[in-house]
Design a protein around this ligand. Sequence first.
Ligand SMILES: O=P(O)(O)OC[C@H]1O[C@H](OP(=O)(O)OP(=O)(O)O)[C@H](O)[C@@H]1O
Length: 190
Amino acid sequence: MLEVLQESLRKAPIVIRGEYPYFIHPISDGVPSLEPELLDEIADHMIDIAGTDYDRIVSIEAMGIPLATALSMKTGKPMSIVRKRQYGLKGEVVLSQSTGYSKGELYINGVSKGETVLVVDDVISTGGTLKALLPALENMGANICNVIVVISRGDGAAKMSDMGYNVNTLVKIDVDMNGVSILEVAGEQQ
Ligand SMILES: O=P(O)(O)OC[C@H]1O[C@H](OP(=O)(O)OP(=O)(O)O)[C@H](O)[C@@H]1O
């Protein structure tokens, strides 16, 4: 299952950002090359998990964009991208994002009260991004039907679960200076 994703993770190089061992992968970075087979495999798997019964796909720049685009084209659902740039549109909501290696503001536009949304992203690590985003979407009146993140590293997904948010992840990994180890693949017995 998810063979293309697993194979690509095993090849991911590691660099150090501050003290954080950062894996470089097509889904999380868009480099060196994001192949259509990989996007196709992931989008199909997301549809297996979440179906198509929602009004909107919500994702976060930058690397949520190819995922949300692939899913939008398969499902026919519109998408809204949470941006790192302020637009000042009416109803824009700002939140603070903190990851293992960065801090900044995120801006939500385009999500209406009462909409059912599917949230997708490339990676969950500390959980800092989703910890800020999910309550903000709920405060805007959105109904979050599902959250799917492709790659889980660290304890972010467990922390989200403690907060009452179930984050579906396709693959759980461990990262050290030697590379990526695959700990768990969705739908497979370990
Ligand atoms: O669980 P966390 O520790 O919050 O980390 C996860 C976040 O980190 C990455 O985003 P990044 O801000 O690096 O943006 P990018 O997509 O532009 O690379 C990733 O896309 C997630 O949004």
